[in-house]
Write a protein that binds this ligand. Structure first.
Ligand SMILES: Nc1ncnc2c1ncn2[C@@H]1O[C@H](COP(=O)(O)OP(=O)(O)OP(=O)(O)O)[C@@H](O)[C@H]1O
Length: 354
């Protein structure tokens, strides 16, 4: 029998758990992935001591299979020392009837991109700050589970509190109510998760976080992972989204991927609020010459072609990256990039999107 999920599960059925039964019939094997000899899964759903005691036998059973080149078994542990008891993030999704809103939130907007690295997270944080500066009550959810960047960009690192072990209290930075899935997880947990665990975690981020802890929100901005995967699909299907904003750089290859994201939102019947061109122009800080490193105007032209609103362009500006790395989004200050964000925030407000 060649190595597969089934052969791994079959081998695991033979292992006896200290508390009785086997790990498969007790549903303790989660997010199993088997790919070219690499086997990964999460072992959870029983007391941590029992899982730790069973782990060596479980590993031995899998390693004995022909074709296993590497094995990672993660036993998620409780919160790290000093962090206090907290809810466990990452679970199988609970059933829900149709798309749901989020308590205390008026509008929900997702920010997506077809391709990574085009500035989606930068745009999400800066737009959140620009909208807050324009007087809106704004929340920001970093749902980019594989590369959460909002804690760094917004300058927050502490683990959110959970007084009752279930409700999660969001953080607050630059006038924005903030939560990142990255603040609740250990690195190795998120990386090996697959579909259902991701979806459950997202559901928890929307349902268990007290988004109105600092007062009700006009808008919750959700920074999606790049691409068109499980998280995007789940969010559009399970959450009452008001719409999506798609970020792209102007060059053809990024636009090609942006079209895929737009197509996904169309199929899922999520209205596209507009397109944003990031890294549009570069003004040399020494001589003032304006260059278009990735081309210019491609996103606007695409918006016209598709009959979608074009929200505006944002310059490629060293300050944007430095500010993001330093934890204070450039939109919190003054300058051309801040002005660009202010203009987009005003457009969104004028359109009644927030
Ligand atoms: N307009 C800009 N000018 C200069 N640097 C930028 C600009 N937009 C984004 N960056 C920088 O580019 C890098 C990638 O941006 P960001 O993380 O926002 O992209 P992303 O699309 O969210 O990527 P990923 O999908 O991988 O999370 C960051 O270092 C960010 O500071």
């Amino acid at each position: 029998m060649s190595l597969s999920k089934e052969s791994v599960l079959e081998a695991l059925r033979i292992v006896r758990m200290p508390g009785g039964g086997d790990p498969v019939s007790r549903d303790l094997i989660r997010a199993l992935a088997v790919e070219s000899g690499v086997v990964r899964f999460v072992l959870e759903g029983a007391p941590e001591a029992e899982l730790a005691a069973a782990k060596p036998a479980i590993e031995a059973a899998v390693r004995a299979l022909a074709g296993v080149e590497s094995l990672t078994v993660v036993v998620p542990s409780g919160p790290a020392k000093g962090m206090g008891a907290g809810p466990k993030i990452g679970q199988h999704p609970t059933p829900q009837a149709g798309p749901q809103g989020v308590a205390g939130v008026r509008h929900i907007i997702a920010v997506g991109s077809g391709k990574g690295g085009v500035g989606k997270s930068t745009v999400s944080s800066n737009l959140a700050v620009a909208l807050a500066r324009a007087g809106k009550r704004v929340g920001l959810l970093d749902a980019d589970i594989y590369g959460p960047s909002q804690p760094r960009m917004m300058g927050v690192q502490q683990r959110p509190a959970s007084p009752d072990g279930k409700t999660i209290l969001p953080l607050r930075a630059h006038g924005v109510t903030l939560m990142s899935i990255g603040l609740m997880l250990k690195e190795d947990e998120a990386v090996i998760w697959r579909g259902p665990m991701l979806m459950g975690a997202l559901q928890q981020m929307l349902g268990q976080v007290a988004w109105d802890h600092y007062g009700p929100l006009d808008v919750l901005i959700i920074d999606l992972p790049p691409g068109t995967g499980d998280i995007q699909l789940t969010l559009c299907q399970k959450t009452r989204l008001d719409g999506a904003i798609v970020v792209s750089t102007p060059q053809d290859v990024a636009l090609l991927d942006a079209r895929k994201a737009l197509d996904m939102f169309r199929r899922l019947e999520t209205p596209v609020i507009g397109l944003i061109e990031n890294m549009s122009s570069y003004v040399c800080p020494n001589c003032g010459h304006e260059a278009h490193l990735f081309g210019h105007g491609g996103v606007g032209a695409e918006a016209v072609k598709l009959g979608l609103p074009y929200l505006g362009e944002l310059p490629l500006d060293l300050e944007v990256r430095l500010a993001g790395d330093a934890g204070t989004p450039v939109a919190a200050g003054e300058g051309p990039a801040a002005a660009g964000y202010r203009a987009i925030a005003e457009k969104l407000i004028a359109a009644g999107a927030v």
